[in-house]
Design a protein. Structure first.
Length: 103
């Protein structure tokens, strides 16, 4: 199932810009390195990159922008809160496929 979400803010710069649209697919098995739309219990709907999982199996999320809120402050989320994996972005420069970020 596809869904559309609008990027708000600059936490995912330079990958995603404020106002970009991301097209997501329902994640089967969340994997580190990909971008996900998440329903965060305190922050609401956010778009972040999945860094990995903590010892309790909770997702650790981070922004691509070094000035974004750190993962330690944002906290972790249950994997069920990952609403969709971003596969394409639509912005002023056109449509772009989003993939896994290399470490």
């Amino acid at each position: 199932m596809l869904a559309l979400f609008r990027v708000r803010g600059d936490s995912m710069l330079p990958t995603l810009k404020d106002g970009d649209i991301v097209i997501t697919v329902k994640p089967r098995t969340p994997r580190a390195g990909f971008i996900y739309v998440c329903h965060h219990s305190d922050l609401g709907q956010i778009i972040k990159r999945l860094s990995g999982f903590d010892a309790r199996g909770r997702a650790v999320l981070s922004g691509d922008n070094p000035n974004s809120t750190p993962s330690a402050v944002m906290g972790t989320v249950e994997p069920e809160r990952l609403m969709g994996r971003a596969v394409f972005s639509i912005g002023k420069s056109g449509i772009r496929r989003l993939g896994r970020k290399a470490d």
